[in-house]
Design a protein around this ligand. Sequence first.
Ligand SMILES: Nc1ncnc2c1ncn2[C@@H]1O[C@H](COP(=O)(O)OP(=O)(O)OP(=O)(O)O)[C@@H](O)[C@H]1O
Length: 282
Amino acid sequence: MGTARTPAVEAVGLCLRRHRPLRAPGPMLLADCSFRIPRGAVCGLVGPNGAGKSLLLAAAAGLLAPSAGVLTVLGRPAGSEALLAETGFVGQQRPLYHRLTVTELLSMGRRLNPRWRPEQAGELLELGRISGSTRAGDLSGGQRTLLALALARGKAPHLLLLDEPLADLDPLVRRTVLGLLLADTTDNDSTVLLSSHVLPDLEEAVDHLLLVDGGRIRLAGPVPELLAAHRFHGSRLVRAAGPTTERPSLEELVVHYLGAPTADAWLAPGMRPQRGGGEAVA
Ligand SMILES: Nc1ncnc2c1ncn2[C@@H]1O[C@H](COP(=O)(O)OP(=O)(O)OP(=O)(O)O)[C@@H](O)[C@H]1O
């Protein structure tokens, strides 16, 4: 495990190409992404459909190898074996063994994970009124999401990577799940990186934001810093500090950047990776 100052996730010049065996290199899916997410953050990952959010999460989970650049998770190269116990990943497809019951899956989680916390898994199952004897394949979509989240959270991981975990949860459950994840950052010393298109939910829960578009990082920073660096000039959003009354909401800021795909990227100083001597990567 890294020191307290080691970022939870750090990418320097991260590139990912479409893999095309025995053919010329495929198109670039993630291009020269550089950012750092500090420990303890709840970081929202946003961007349009096809932006590269799932790829970034899968790369951090060690499921896709970078074509170039460096991706470090909790101070180790992404994909290191030691990170298996330290990270929890819930992919968009929620892969579960459909023929196994909830109890069997939980027992597998307990046997495979040295820091298994049954109560952390149990809280999420209760939210979905999920019984242990049900086969995973017989659960509803939202219940399957809660089971996948329970298996990831039960590991008490130091980094949770969640791909659209809120999409099929009802509003009350969504709010409760976000509250639990937020509490985990203190109780478990964990960091959460979660992708979502539901901006009002994110606005309440996240303290950091990463906006990806076309495989590139467009915005990265603590939410208060991002908002303070922009202001409304009449109805136009401009990049300049101003009084709090002229600052955009998180949703307005994200929508502005999505509608202006050629606008320069803005990375808060604390989210730029540091070179060896502490110099920030531009
Ligand atoms: N396994 C794969 N092989 C090749 N290309 C892929 C693969 N998965 C995704 N892509 C491509 O990479 C790009 C980014 O996809 P990704 O799934 O990361 O988008 P996303 O931001 O998560 O989108 P959404 O919000 O729609 O889920 C898309 O152009 C997609 O076609």
